[in-house]
Write a protein that binds this ligand. Sequence first.
Ligand code: CTP
Ligand code: ZN
Length: 151
Amino acid sequence: MTTNNKELIVKKIENGTVIDHIPSDKVFAVVRVLGLDIIEDEVLIGTNLESKKYGKKGIIKATNKFFDNETIDKLAIIAPTATLITIKNYEVVEKKHLTLPKQMHNIVKCINPNCVTNIEEIDTMFSVVSEEPLTIQCHYCEKTMSDIKFK
Ligand code: CTP
Ligand code: ZN
C-alpha cells in the first residue's frame, strides 16, 4: 500500500490474525462467523479496497484473536480465496492460503427437516457439487443446497 499526503495506511497489528483477500460481499459474513461482532478487542475492517489480483477485496484485522480449525474451515467455505495471516510481535509468523474443502464434515446443517441428521445425533457430511456458485450435497438425504447454515 502506498502513502501520500491524502492517505493513511491501515495500521499494522501487534498480535492477532489478518484475513486478507476476502471477496467484498463476504466481509460481514466472515465477521459474524468469526464472532468478531461480539468481542472487546480492536477489529479493523476494510471492504471494497483496491486489489491487483481481485479487483476489489476485503480485509479484516482481528487483534489478539487466533482461530481454531473448525472456525478456519467455516472461513474457507465462505471465503475460499482468503489468506489467513498470523501476526506475533508485529511479524508475520504464518500465512495460510485457504481452499474450499471438498468434503464438509459436521460443520454444515442439512436444510431438509426430514434428514436423518436432523432427527438423530449423527455428524453431517456434505460434498461440493459446484464451486461457483457454491452448491453442496448431503451425504445422507442427497438434498443439494446453496444457502449454507453452519451447525
Ligand atoms: N500485517 C499487519 N500487521 C503486521 C504485519 C502484517 O496488519 N504486523 C498485514 C499487512 O497489512 C498485510 C498482511 O498482513 O495486509 C500481510 O503482510 P505482508 O506479508 O507483510 O504483506 P504483503 O507482502 O503485502 O502480503 P500479500 O502480498 O500477501 O498481500
Ligand atoms: Zn440431509
